[in-house]
Design a protein around this ligand. Structure first.
Ligand code: ATP
Ligand code: MG
Length: 870
């Protein structure tokens, strides 16, 4: 069965059982501070499990892109070495939110695997939770009894908390689970060891394919469990592993999900898969990593130096390094795999197909820059090797190379090995640990449980219509972090505060109670669909009602910038073309930033056109036409733009100003006329094929112009209030250039005169023509004079000094024959005499200079010069 059919069979099986099929959510999470990437199928549905929102259908099925490269679930180091763990993989899932529970989940899983896919039930094992004393939980006998109907009891295994109690993180929804394992070994091997003994033992052919999680608890901050109000089903089946079983192969990499990519790697690198283990590992690493990196970029996460972007950069670098070391690829090639990838996966994941070109460009540039880093690293490593005494390279040095230059440690070890040197691994690991401790300490954070004051499922947002509201606090908690110290998070029954999202900053403002006590709201964010207000203090009268007031000025300025962002987006697509796609934006009260795909720098004319386009729509006074809660299809049909990497619900909000229509949850001005004016202040590149425009609106433009005006008048005044200041400035510059030329000529003449004088001053000491003197010349003047004297006289020893701008310069010239006959060395002379002027320098034996910061020492240095010839 082809992988595409395997995927669609899964979805249609559950569709027949009344599940709605939903598309995969983007991999990069936006409103969950505990998780960087979606690491399991349940992550995008956390709000439903927590009861913060209600799904439209309580039964859902999907295939979700998951990335396990950081945090609690991190498989990165396994990838390539085994044949069934990936960084990015698809998790097929069926979901019940407070609807069916264990009985249906188990029966359907069995039906799908054995009847629809036709898997022989004699290769299957299942596990159930054995209970835990620590958590005071009994064995999951319900699951055991349900499984008994389908599978013989010797194939039902009991598992401990590690394998059979699923937790997403340290806190949050969790529950016992039942896993389904397959044993795809040969009959001979099965005869030797029973599959039963290999379940959950990391055997590559006895692997878990599906996990059915029975979500019924919530793990609290103090580690205790509480029952969830509703019971849920969360299942996850590894798509690539399922394909391995159904296609009768022994490795995920031998399924049609991976073979086209592997064939392409073979063609590009001229290596064969399946001949040599080292090469195979490298090929698997690359085939796996290109998927993770490409899908992240398509979901809007570019490689960068921090956070999620840094994780992506490291994955790509791991792939480059394996190619570099084991496949001899010293130039970019991974980007060339994107073509096959988009062809294979483009129909299930249209975002890949649509952004192929961008993904290729970004990967290529990353590859190039990392290959340069590797080159530089090799040079640095050679230097370290040269400086190493003995046979062991210090761990500290290797760490510096790794940390500051991004040079991979295993490559260091490999190269040292080739040179018969050792690496002090212990020292390296110590440095690494120190760094980890430092960053852990910096990001350490503790979150208390919520204190609930009032039950309220639905926290309504009223901030589109008003900036003030009477609110009650429904729950609060304390969070402590190194960065912000102690903070409180407050949730209201309704709120006018806009939570950070869609690029727009969260609102600030205050809460005031009836006693006149005020608590400031410093920021507002959305977490798992709950709007959270941040304050430094807790209000005194928590149970009373409050007047909640949004900072109007900040909100208004932010709105000007947000609406201008939409107009800018429209302008760019109109002027540059429809290949322009939004790749990120930041909208706040001071200005806006807009990143978009486009392949070349904007010309000045283009920038001017864009500015004019936006300003024409501002002076056109276009009213805001807002449609809340319309079906997504309707909005798209009207021409609304949706963005890759954004998660949209079934109903959306459409924002329209004239011909600009966007799906947007942000806040906007009522009329474009409110923006007053739009001004671009910079344009540049953020990555290959991605440009960034920064711009300002409204008061900020006034400030910008008035600041410029001030500078203009100051300049004009300095130019004696010339009628035409530009011309006056030009004249000054010309005059200045002329004067410079004249000075040069004069200095040359002066040097010539000086030469004559100096020649007369030469002293004959023991046959050496000696002179030590302070001159009023610059460095090059002194050099000229010295060499000209040298042409006319033999046996010269000259030491000249000069003082300029509080700095001293010594310059020594010694005729070559003296260097040879007397072993004199100008370099040594200036180095030694340099100490009098508190400086140093060097050069050649016949001419050398030293600079220093102590002109007062010049006389002494000149005096000491005689010692060299005495
Ligand atoms: P394993 O023990 O094999 O690492 P897991 O216990 O981490 O699996 P779950 O967290 O239960 O797996 O995930 C559900 C399913 O997703 C698994 O049954 C498996 O089929 C698949 N899966 C998990 N991790 C990976 C991975 N890194 N690559 C591919 N598939 C995976
Ligand atoms: Mg795992």
């Amino acid at each position: 069965m082809k992988s595409q059919d395997i995927r669609s069979k899964f979805l249609s099986f559950f569709e027949d059982k009344k599940h709605s099929i939903v598309p995969s959510a983007p991999m990069v999470l936006k409103d969950d501070p505990t998780l960087m990437f979606v690491n399991s199928g349940m992550a995008p549905f956390k709000e439903y499990f927590l009861g913060n929102a209600q799904p439209k259908n309580s039964r859902i099925t999907d295939t979700q892109k998951c990335l396990r490269v950081s945090g609690k679930h991190n498989d990165l180091e396994e990838v390539g070495y085994d044949t069934y763990h990936h960084t990015l993989f698809e998790m097929l899932g069926n979901w019940s939110f407070g609807d069916y529970f264990k009985e249906e989940a188990i029966a359907w899983a069995w039906e799908l695997l054995t009847e629809v896919y036709g898997i022989d039930k004699d290769i299957l094992y299942v596990t159930v939770f054995e209970g835990s004393n620590e958590d005071n939980l009994p064995m999951d006998t319900d699951a055991y009894d349900l499984w008994k109907q389908f599978i013989s009891e010797d194939r039902i295994l009991k598992g401990n908390k590690k394998d059979n109690f699923w937790e997403m993180g340290d806190q949050g929804p969790c529950g016992p689970c039942s896993e389904i394992h397959v044993d795809i070994r040969s009959a001979e091997e099965k005869a030797k060891i029973s599959g039963k003994d290999l379940v959950n033992q990391d055997h590559p052919q006895v692997v878990e394919i599906w996990n059915l999680v029975f979500m019924q608890y919530n793990r609290k901050a103090n580690g205790s469990l509480e029952s969830l109000p509703d019971k849920h089903i969360d299942t996850g089946m590894g798509f690539e592993r399922l394909c391995m079983v159904l296609q009768g192969v022994q490795s995920n990499y031998d399924t049609d999900v991976f073979t086209p990519i592997i064939r392409e790697i073979e063609t590009i690198t001229d290596k064969k898969y399946g001949k040599e283990e080292k090469v195979d590992v490298a090929i698997r690493v690359i085939a796996d990593h290109v998927r993770a990196v490409a899908f992240s970029i398509a979901d809007g996460q570019l490689p960068s130096n921090t956070g999620a972007g840094y994780v992506i950069r490291r994955i790509l670098r791991r792939a480059v390094r394996y190619g570099f070391t084991f496949l001899d690829k010293k130039e970019p090639f991974i980007y060339r795999l994107v073509d096959v990838l988009s062809e294979k996966m483009g129909s299930a994941f249209p975002e890949m197909k649509a952004q192929k070109q961008l993904v290729e460009n970004v990967i290529k540039e990353e590859e190039q820059s990392f290959l340069r880093t590797l080159d530089q690293g090799l040079v640095l490593l050679n230097r370290i090797v040269e400086e190493t005494k003995g046979d062991t390279v210090s761990g500290e040095k290797a760490f510096e190379l790794y940390d500051t230059y991004g040079f991979p440690i295993d490559l260091t070890a490999l190269i040292l090995n080739e040179k018969s040197l050792k690496l002090d691994e212990k020292g390296f690991n110590e440095e690494l640990q120190k760094q980890k401790n430092r960053s852990r300490a910096a990001s350490e954070m503790s979150t208390d449980d919520w204190t609930v004051l009032e039950e309220d499922a639905d926290e309504e947002f009223v901030g589109y219509d008003s900036l003030e509201a009477n609110v009650k606090i429904t729950r609060y908690r304390k969070v402590v972090s190194k960065k912000d110290g102690e903070m409180y998070q407050l949730v209201f029954n309704l709120t006018p505060f806009y939570p950070e999202g869609g690029g727009q900053v969260g609102d600030k403002g205050y809460l005031e109670d009836t006693h006149g006590d005020v608590v400031y709201i410093l920021d507002t964010k959305k977490e798992n669909n709950v709007i959270i207000h941040f304050s430094k203090n807790l209000p005194n009268h928590l149970n009373e009602s409050f007047k909640a007031v949004v900072d109007e000025k900040q909100r208004y300025r932010t709105e000007c910038n947000h609406t201008a962002t939409h107009l800018l987006h429209q302008a760019l697509r109109e002027i540059l073309g429809t290949h322009v796609e939004q790749k990120g934006s930041a909208v706040h009260s001071k200005g806006l930033r807009f990143d978009f795909s486009h392949f070349s720098k904007l010309t000045n004319e283009e920038l001017q056109d864009v500015e004019n386009f936006v300003n024409a729509r501002i002076s056109g006074k276009l009213p805001l036409v807002e449609k809340r809660n319309i079906p997504k299809e309707e909005a798209i049909a009207e021409g609304a733009m949706s963005l890759f990497g954004e998660k949209y619900g079934d109903t959306v909000r459409a924002i329209r100003f004239g011909k600009s229509i966007e799906l947007c949850g942000g806040t906007h001005v009522k009329n474009t006329g409110d923006i007053w004016h739009f001004k671009i202040i910079s344009e540049g590149a953020v990555a290959a094929g991605i440009r960034r425009i920064e711009a300002i609106t409204n008061d900020a433009v006034k400030d910008f112009y008035s600041e410029n005006n001030k500078v203009y008048f100051e300049m004009k005044e300095l130019l004696n209030n010339a009628q035409e200041p530009v011309k006056a400035l030009q004249n000054l510059q010309d005059e200045n250039a002329n004067l410079k030329k004249q000075i040069e000529v004069l200095l040359k003449e002066k040097a010539k005169n000086i030469k004559g004088e100096l020649k007369n001053e030469l002293q004959d000491i023991n046959g050496i023509q000696f002179l030590a003197k302070k001159l009023d010349l610059d460095a090059s003047g002194i050099k000229d004079v010295s060499f000209e004297l040298g042409q006319n006289s033999d046996n010269l020893f000259l030491l000249f000094a000069t003082e300029n701008d509080g700095k001293a310069l010594l310059s020594c010239y010694i005729s070559k024959e003296l260097v040879a006959s007397k072993g004199l060395n100008a370099g040594q002379v200036v180095r030694e005499l340099g100490k009098y002027i508190q400086g140093g320098g060097g050069g050649q034996p016949f001419f050398a200079t030293a600079g220093g910061k102590n002109p007062a020492g010049i006389d002494e240095a000149l005096e000491k010069a005689k010692n060299y010839i005495g």
